[in-house]
Write a protein that binds this ligand. Structure first.
Ligand code: ADP
Length: 163
């Protein structure tokens, strides 16, 4: 079995992530999408449970994709689920520096696990979770950028905030 792990904060999952998952799921027997519990560098909008549920419902159409949450080292969770490959996505050259640093760190920690980066699809090249949240918070139309469950969660979170 060729298994892969796609880790990230997914706060929340958006169509750029879904596109990477759909493409990676065609290449691997099983793809485990792993929602990182507590990224120290990020202020999160959604709890781990919410991010997990939104990610699960947005990927339920893909039979060989499983969604988990984790709080350990990414390479440790990759070993735990039997994944020899870590999948990540690349948008602009600005992602490259961070992703190569992360990939080299993970290779240093676990030389047997390799990292494969998918280049974004052109229509999502400018999309990030932070832009999605910013536009949604300001009442902009985000329907083309996120799955239905995420749109509903954003609408309810920001209508609460406006009350
Ligand atoms: P992290 O907090 O680990 O950087 P994110 O949840 O923001 O995680 O993203 C997970 C992965 O998906 C990262 O590799 C990121 O570069 C990639 N990604 C994010 N947005 C897009 C997009 N629009 N197109 C392709 N890849 C993307």
């Amino acid at each position: 079995m060729a298994n892969a792990l796609y880790p990230g904060s997914f706060d929340p999952i958006h169509n750029g992530h879904v596109d990477i998952v759909e493409r990676a799921a065609r290449l691997f027997d099983e793809l485990v999408v792993a929602v990182y519990d507590n990224p120290s560098s990020k202020r999160l909008l959604f709890s781990t449970e919410e991010r997990l549920a939104l990610t699960q419902s947005s990927l339920s159409h893909l039979p060989n994709v499983r969604v988990i949450s984790y709080s350990s080292l990414t390479v440790d969770i990759a070993k735990e689920v039997g994944a020899a490959t870590i999948v990540r996505g690349l948008r602009a050259t600005s992602d490259y520096e961070y992703e190569s640093q992360l990939a080299l760190t993970n290779r240093a920690l676990a030389p047997d696990i390799d990292v494969v980066c998918f280049i974004t699809s052109l229509r999502y090249a400018y999309l990030s979770a932070s832009i999605l949240k910013e536009v949604a918070a300001l009442g902009g139309d985000v329907t083309r950028w996120a799955p239905p469950a995420v749109l509903a969660a954003l609408a309810s979170r920001f209508s609460e905030a406006r009350r």
